[in-house]
Design a protein around this ligand. Structure first.
Ligand SMILES: Nc1ncnc2c1ncn2[C@@H]1O[C@H](COP(=O)(O)OP(=O)(O)OP(=O)(O)O)[C@@H](O)[C@H]1O
Length: 258
């Protein structure tokens, strides 16, 4: 579905992505993790077609061969922040149908928007000015706008940032639901515990490179040390895998790490 091959990207001669290679399939919810500045957002922007890069293929077709409109029907991108402008919530979400609308929204466009509004419990907000929403509400609206695009791939950049725990879970459940309908999501995130709970696969980046890619078993003390320079470990607590941050000192002995 998505194939990234030897993707490199530079900002004014500064290499930000360095030979990134991975593939992803339908049904995968992939967490992209790593320290600040690792290149995670840049990677999403390349896949979303916002930054011009070579090495991204979707459904075996190079990204640069898609028109903007066609790409928007396949890839939904939720940035860290959106500028809501002066629109009300309903019209902001309706913007997501733009790749399908020729003159004015059809009955089907309206039905799709209404369905997503209901699914995300946004009914009470639809007539509000989007700029007056709380951070969590605006984040949901931004996700709704991407969902009404009916994309195959959802790219989310730190969608749970600044959200309270209940909203964090709600947002990740929405993404999980999306993936269950034979779609795929790449989610840039810093909350390791949320990733442990929701992701099927973990891609860790550092200095523009993928340093590890795999299932939960890759989240070892060595990995936390290598990627973040912290002493951390995943423990089962009440049948739930939990990331425990022990400090900044090296994990040192095996005993200390376990
Ligand atoms: N428009 C830009 N011009 C120049 N450099 C940029 C630009 N955008 C990002 N960078 C640089 O690219 C590097 C990677 O940034 P990016 O936002 O992709 O990292 P990230 O892993 O998403 O970080 P964070 O977790 O802090 O959001 C950083 O060093 C950043 O300063």
């Amino acid at each position: 579905m998505l194939r990234i091959r030897n993707l490199s990207f530079s900002y004014r001669n500064k290499k930000i992505l360095d030979n990134v290679t991975f593939s992803a399939q339908k049904g995968e919810l992939i967490a992209i993790l790593g320290p600040n500045g690792a290149g995670k957002s840049t990677l999403l922007k390349c896949i979303a077609g916002i930054l011009k890069c070579q090495g991204v293929e979707i459904f075996s077709k190079p990204l640069e061969q898609y028109t903007r409109r066609d790409l928007a029907r396949i890839v939904g991108y939720v940035p860290q922040r959106i500028d809501p402008g002066m629109l009300n919530v309903y019209n902001l979400i309706l913007l997501g149908r733009k790749p399908y609308v020729s003159v004015s929204p059809s009955k089907e466009d309206i039905e799709i928007v209404n369905r997503v509004v209901e699914r995300l419990n946004l009914q009470h907000l639809v007539f509000q000015r989007a700029k007056n929403l709380s951070g969590g509400e605006l984040q949901k609206v931004s996700i709704a706008r991407a969902l009404v695009q009916e994309p195959e791939i959802l790219l989310l950049d730190e969608p749970t940032n600044n959200l309270d725990p209940k909203n964090q879970i709600e947002i990740m459940e929405i993404v999980q639901d999306f993936v269950k309908s034979r779609k795929m999501a790449l989610v840039v995130m810093h909350e390791i515990n949320l990733a442990l709970r929701f992701a099927d696969r973990f891609i860790f980046m550092k200095d523009g490179k993928i340093v590890r890619d795999g299932e939960r078993s890759i989240l070892t003390p060595d990995l936390f040390w290598e990627v973040y320079g912290v002493n951390g470990v995943v423990k089962e607590i009440l049948d739930t895998p939990v990331f425990v941050l022990r400090g900044k000192e090296s994990p040192g002995s095996r005993e200390n790490a376990g």
